[in-house]
Design a protein around this ligand. Structure first.
Ligand SMILES: C[S@@+](CC[C@H](N)C(=O)[O-])C[C@H]1O[C@@H](n2cnc3c(N)ncnc32)[C@H](O)[C@@H]1O
Length: 278
């Protein structure tokens, strides 16, 4: 498979906003450098319309961004480049590392072995970190979890390692499903985790979660929220991220209008996560 590698020139303070947009366009694997982002997408996914939309987006930033270079790279090269940018890190109670990192797991940490390939969820993004830090405060042993937009599977795997009895994870991205399946095997959580390709329509009828996890993006979360609430037990908890600080008011209002109580809100840089309870 061939990928398009784009090197984009953009001031640091606008990079997260652009990344959220590019992510929705199907781009994945974002390397943030000083005033520069390197990103990839499958060649067949990048239409002329996408290119125009990207040019428009970049022109909209103060000081303007632009595409410095565009190159077609083969799968193998791409993965090698990507892997070089990933290394282990501690996030709250977890130690997240790819298989090619041989560092020692700190004794008090729970290992999450995640080979990210192209799926979002290395633990490097603020939204994943916020979710991983909130999860131990919310999850109880024996819980059933629904993980919407699972990416690499990282949040479900973390939940099971914390003591969840089962997790149902779904994602619209086929690549993410394959990557999640690999990570399930790596972490030995296969018996407790079910993965499906698709959106909220794939949640089994009558499935009721103690905890719903959704690190996606504001508009998608707003659309899927009614389905999430239908699949949440009375007193169940919902953790939402992929949200920017500026999204907070709208999302909180919507949650409250559906009679959910806001328990906690956390922030890292301009990103937030919300913990609400039914
Ligand atoms: C920001 S990533 C989060 C990945 C991972 N859960 C984490 O916390 O690191 C969002 C994921 O949501 C998926 N996604 C986007 N829209 C979706 C939808 N309508 N239903 C299910 N998954 C969706 C994307 O493919 C992507 O893998």
């Amino acid at each position: 498979m061939k990928y398009i590698k784009l090197v984009i020139s953009l001031a640091d303070e606008y990079q997260e906003t652009l990344i959220a947009e590019l992510f929705d366009m199907g781009f994945d694997g974002f390397e943030q450098l000083e005033d520069q982002i390197i990103t990839y997408t499958a060649k067949e996914n990048f239409s002329v319309g996408d290119r125009e939309r990207m040019d428009q987006l970049l022109a909209g930033f103060p000081g303007k961004g632009f595409i410095e270079s565009e190159e077609i790279v083969a799968d193998q090269n791409w993965n090698e480049q990507w892997e070089e940018t990933i290394s282990a890190q501690t996030i709250g109670r977890f130690y997240v590392k790819p298989t090619w990192d041989n560092s020692t797991v700190p004794p008090d940490k729970i290992l999450l072995e995640i080979d990210p390939k192209m799926s979002f969820g290395t633990g490097y993004h603020e939204t994943t970190r916020l979710m991983l830090r909130l999860l131990p405060d919310v999850l109880e042993k024996g819980d059933h979890v629904i993980d919407a937009g699972t990416g690499t599977g990282i949040l479900s795997i973390a939940a099971i390692k914390l003591g969840a009895e089962s997790a149902f994870a779904f994602d619209i991205d086929e690549w993410s499903i394959n990557n999640t399946l690999e990570n399930i095997i790596l972490n030995g959580v296969g018996k407790k985790m079910i993965v499906r390709e698709g959106s909220s329509e794939v949640i089994p009828e009558g499935d009721q979660a103690d905890v719903i996890l959704a690190n996606i993006q504001k508009n998608i979360i707003m659309d899927l929220l009614p389905d999430f609430i239908d699949s949440l037990k009375e007193d169940g908890d919902i953790l939402l991220s992929g949200l920017l600080e500026e999204d907070k008011e709208e999302v909180v209002k919507k949650l409250q209008s559906r009679k959910l109580e806001i328990v906690d809100t956390r922030q890292e840089n301009e990103w937030i996560a919300i913990h609400a309870r039914r």
